[in-house]
Unconditional design. Structure first.
Length: 295
C-alpha cells in the first residue's frame, strides 16, 4: 500500500502509477517515520548529529507498524473496500486471501515490531505499547465520527513522543507535546486533502471524514491547522533552544503549506493525491532544519 491507513484505507496500486513511492518507501511510511526523526533529532546534544542507531531502529519500526496498520485497516474495511473501485482489488476485498491468513500475517508484523520496541528503554517500551490501542481502533472511527483524521493524527505522530524518550530515557513534555500537537495538525492537513479523493464513494457507503465535514470550507480549515502547526513548532523550538536554521525550515514549511492549500483543487482526485504526497517534503524540511539548527 502506497499511503497510510487513511479514511478509506491506504490507496492501492496502480493509483496513481508513479508518485506513490519516494526514496524507495511508500509515502505513508515516510509520514509515519518523519515525526520520529524530528523527535530524535531534537533530542540530540547541541553540536551533534542525531543518533544514527535510533534513526535506523525507528525506520524499521515505521515500516513494520505502517504495514500492520494497513493490515488492520484492510481487515476492518474489507466489506467497504469491495464497494470502491480504487480499493476493490485489495487482497482481502478481492477474496485472494482469508481473514485467518490476515491474522497470521498481522501476528508476524506485530511480533517483529515488538522486537524493535524491546530494543528501547523501559519508559519507551511502555510508551510505545500504549499506542497499540490507537492503531487497532483508528479504522473504526470513520464509522462513528466525521473526525477520523484527528484520531489518525494522534496515532501517526506518536513517534514525536517516543523518539525523544528513546534517546533521553523520558519525555521532556515542554518540547514533546508541542511537537506532537504540530504533527497532529499536520496530519489533519494532509489527510483531509487525501479524503477528498473518495468523498463521492464515502457518501454512498456511509463513511465519514473531515472532507465531508468541511466541504467547500476545506481551505479555511486547512489554513487554520497549518497555522496551529507552525506556532506549535515554534514553541517546541524555543523550549529546546533551537537556532536560526530551525526557524528558517519552519518558515519554508509555512510557504510550502500555503502554496499547497492555495493551489489545491478538492474536486480533482489526481491533484489531491499530488498534494498529499508532497507532504514528505514538509517532514524532510523540518528534519533538516533541526539537524542544522543543532549543529
Amino acid at each position: 500500500h502506497p499511503a497510510t491507513a487513511l479514511p478509506r484505507g491506504p490507496p492501492a496500486p496502480p493509483f496513481p502509477p508513479h508518485p506513490t513511492r519516494g526514496f524507495c518507501l511508500p509515502a505513508g511510511t515516510w509520514l509515519l517515520y518523519l515525526p520520529c526523526t524530528w523527535s530524535i533529532a531534537l533530542a540530540a546534544q547541541p553540536g551533534c548529529l542525531p543518533d544514527g542507531h535510533m534513526l535506523s531502529l525507528f525506520g524499521v519500526g515505521a515500516v513494520l507498524m505502517r504495514g500492520a496498520g494497513c493490515t488492520i485497516n484492510d481487515m476492518w474495511d474489507r466489506d467497504y473496500d469491495k464497494k470502491v473501485a480504487r480499493t476493490a482489488s485489495r487482497p482481502l476485498a478481492a477474496g485472494d486471501i482469508s481473514t485467518f491468513q490476515s491474522f497470521v500475517f498481522l501476528g508476524g508484523q506485530l511480533s517483529l515490531a515488538l522486537c524493535v520496541l524491546l530494543c528501547l528503554n523501559y519508559y519507551s517500551i511502555v510508551l510505545g505499547a500504549a499506542s497499540l490501542s490507537l492503531v487497532i481502533t483508528y479504522p473504526l472511527m470513520k464509522r462513528i465520527t466525521y473526525w477520523p483524521q484527528l484520531v489518525l493524527g494522534l496515532t501517526f505522530n506518536w513517534g514525536a513522543l517516543l523518539g525523544w524518550s528513546a534517546v533521553k530515557g523520558s519525555c521532556e513534555w515542554s518540547v514533546c507535546l508541542p511537537l506532537y500537537f504540530a504533527g497532529v495538525m499536520w496530519t489533519l492537513v494532509y489527510d483531509t486533502i487525501y479524503a477528498h479523493q473518495d468523498k463521492k464513494d464515502d457518501i454512498i457507503i456511509g463513511v465519514k471524514s473531515t472532507a465531508l465535514q468541511f466541504k467547500e470550507d476545506t481551505k479555511q480549515w486547512l489554513s487554520g491547522f497549518s497555522l496551529a502547526m507552525l506556532l506549535s513548532l515554534c514553541i517546541a523550538g524555543m523550549n529546546c533552544n533551537q537556532t536560526f536554521p530551525y526557524y528558517s525550515a519552519v518558515a519554508a514549511i509555512g510557504a510550502h503549506l500555503a502554496h499547497q492549500i492555495y493551489t489545491l483543487d478538492i474536486d480533482k482526485p489526481e491533484d489531491c493525491w499530488k498534494k498529499f504526497a508532497s507532504n514528505r517534503t514538509v517532514g524532510v524540511l523540518l528534519f533538516i532544519g533541526i539537524v542544522l539548527g543543532n549543529l
